[in-house]
Design a protein around this ligand. Structure first.
Ligand code: TEU
Ligand code: CA
Length: 566
């Protein structure tokens, strides 16, 4: 199969189905709800959706814990609804990538049930089940690894001395990719959806498919529970690249589909090429985490608000580095935030300059090297929650564990609340704000999670659409520009960051015979000066009235941004 690389010119959009649009009043977003908003998405201009998991799931981790890959979570609809979503999206020129979780299943998946019930079953070999170790008469997990959700990476199987590995929630046992039968199961699942017409996958937690199978203790420093957070034991390990090659040869090569891996933290762009380079990679692109949390907010429970400052230079260096290493060798996706992050507007933007900062962030992202992915709600300026109780965060297992851990460490509930309002991924998971109706038009019933009350202050799609200067109208125009072949021609030039050490402004240029295409964005909430020695031929995007350019120096107002041809 000849891959056409159609995703290079696409504009992606991430949908968190639980919170997008409820169609039947049960308070949970669903597939018919997404279908009812396809016109909205088409008009916005996005043409590649990544939809977070929609499979059957007990919802311990909101769908990332899959109990049946071949059926749709009944709360979201039926397989027929999903087929209709594909047809309706394709009819509007929108492609769909589903979120495939191959690192773990739910503990309620029949494979895992069988593995526990019958130690001699084939399924037993699908998981990592090891004997615990006895120290001073006490049964301990096989090693001291800590998982991503603030607990031991092992859980004891009741009534036995055995433990199973789970690097995320304990309801999500990791599967063993070293087992060829297990691998075939996932190939079958992938083919099932590709044959149905799905255009590709976002491959969840892909970096973790290989583990250090010695399962030796980590020598990293341990926490108060004797646990070491040593992600290298289960990230980007060599055996995983062999699995991916097989996945490609047996499945991906046979379809013109996109495969985007979530590979995340601690991954250098050089190493990323092992996943996605044109000559020796097995998948098409990988999400890196280098431009997330560039403000010191990660784990920042001890920091004051004043200490959370966007590291503008750090962001530019990260974008520059990934471009330098990947350009001409690999495609890559771009994003500011997703369902695992706080809202970018609250991270790098400004609530006091909601409109301008949302536009500036969008402009910077859309015209860089790569396939941009917007997160649902960013186009209407959605921001972090203003919850007043820790209970409001109970929907997320990661948050629940975090609360327990922080309490055990002696933090007060007030401190934890402030921390979660700043850093929790729940911030990105509140209902989409469609209009001024109760619950922002998300549901006619009781939403499964509280809405952000700012939908009544104009932060909703309908109010946004009615205002000619709104974020969404700018976003729509900007996205169509990004898809314009003339602009794409300009974007094929060489990308250079201007004044990369400037602490406040992100500015870059694509240069080629077709001309120079500039993005300039002030990332601060105060005026800054920025030199500009080129003569402007065209201004495609600008988020203020008149530009202040004198003697080759721009005075940029808070979050002022431009897309210029010069
Ligand atoms: O997230 C995985 C994730 O973000 C990190 O654990 C990441 O793999 C690591 O930091 C890399 O260094 C995905 C989903 O996006 C998230 O919502 C799920 O909770 C998680 O997998 C488990 O399925
Ligand atoms: Ca519903």
């Amino acid at each position: 199969m000849n891959k056409t690389h159609w995703w290079r010119d696409a504009v992606g959009y991430i949908i968190y189905p639980q919170s997008f649009q409820d169609s039947n009043g049960d308070g949970i977003g669903d597939i018919p709800g997404i279908i009812s908003r396809l016109d909205y998405l088409r008009d916005l201009g996005v043409n590649l959706l990544w939809i977070c998991p929609i499979f059957a799931s007990p919802m311990d981790d909101n769908g990332y814990d899959v109990s049946d890959y071949y059926s749709i979570n009944p709360a979201y609809g039926t397989m027929d609804d999903f087929r209709r979503l594909l047809t309706e999206a394709h009819a509007r020129g929108i492609r769909i990538a589903i979120d495939l979780v191959m690192n773990h299943t739910s503990d309620e998946h029949p494979w895992f049930r069988k593995a526990l019930a019958d130690p001699s079953s084939e399924e037993r070999g699908y998981y990592y089940i090891r004997k615990g170790k006895t120290v001073n008469g006490k049964l301990l997990p096989p090693n001291n690894w800590k998982g991503f959700f603030a607990t031991s990476a092992w859980e004891r199987i009741p009534g036995t001395d055995d433990f199973y590995l789970h690097i995320f929630s304990k309801k999500m046992p990791d599967v063993n990719w070293g087992n060829p039968k297990l691998r075939e199961q996932y190939y079958k699942i992938a083919r099932f959806y590709l044959d149905m017409g799905v255009d590709g996958f976002r491959l969840d937690a892909l970096a973790h498919l290989g583990k250090d199978q010695t399962f030796a203790d980590s020598d990293f420093p341990v926490d108060e529970n004797g646990l070491a957070f040593d992600t290298g034991r289960f990230s980007n390990r060599n055996d995983l690249f062999g699995y991916l090659r097989e996945f490609r040869e047996k499945v991906l090569d046979h379809y013109d589909c996109v495969a985007i891996g979530e590979v995340g933290g601690d991954l250098s762009p050089e190493k990323a090429l092992d996943y996605s380079s044109y000559d020796h990679g097995s998948i098409d692109m990988v999400f890196n985490f280098d431009t997330a949390w560039s403000n010191g907010a990660y784990g920042s429970i001890d920091k004051s608000d004043e200490e959370i400052v966007t590291d503008v230079v750090g962001l530019k260096r990260a974008f520059e580095r990934w471009y330098r290493i990947c350009n001409g060798k690999a495609d890559m996706p771009l994003y500011w935030d997703n369902h695992d992050h706080p809202r970018v507007l609250s991270q790098y933007g400004s609530l006091a300059h909601r409109n301008e900062s949302a536009k500036a962030l969008l402009t910077v992202l859309l015209f860089l090297y790569g396939t941009p992915f917007l997160y649902n709600g960013d186009e209407i300026g959605m921001s972090n929650v203003t919850y007043t109780s820790l209970d409001d965060f109970a929907n997320d297992c990661g948050n629940r564990n975090d609360i327990a851990e922080k309490r055990a460490q002696g933090y007060s509930d007030e401190q934890i609340l402030k921390y979660l309002c700043r850093c929790s991924r729940t911030n990105a998971r509140t209902p989409f704000q469609w209009n001024r109706e109760p619950n922002a038009g998300f549901t006619t019933g009781n939403p499964f999670i509280k809405v952000n009350e700012n939908y009544l202050q104009g932060v909703n799609a309908l109010d946004e659409m009615e205002d000619p200067w709104s974020i969404i109208n700018y976003a729509q125009y900007a996205i169509w520009k990004r898809r314009d072949p003339e602009i794409q021609k300009l974007m094929n030039g060489k990308l250079t960051f201007l004044e990369i050490e400037n602490p406040d402004v992100i500015a870059y240029v694509h240069e080629s015979e077709a001309g120079k295409l500039f993005v300039i964005a002030n990332m601060r909430d105060h005026d800054v000066r920025f030199p500009f020695y080129y003569s402007v031929e065209d201004c495609y995007l600008h988020n203020y009235g008149e530009a202040l350019l004198q003697d080759h120096v721009f005075t940029l107002r808070p979050f002022e941004c431009f897309l210029l041809k010069a």
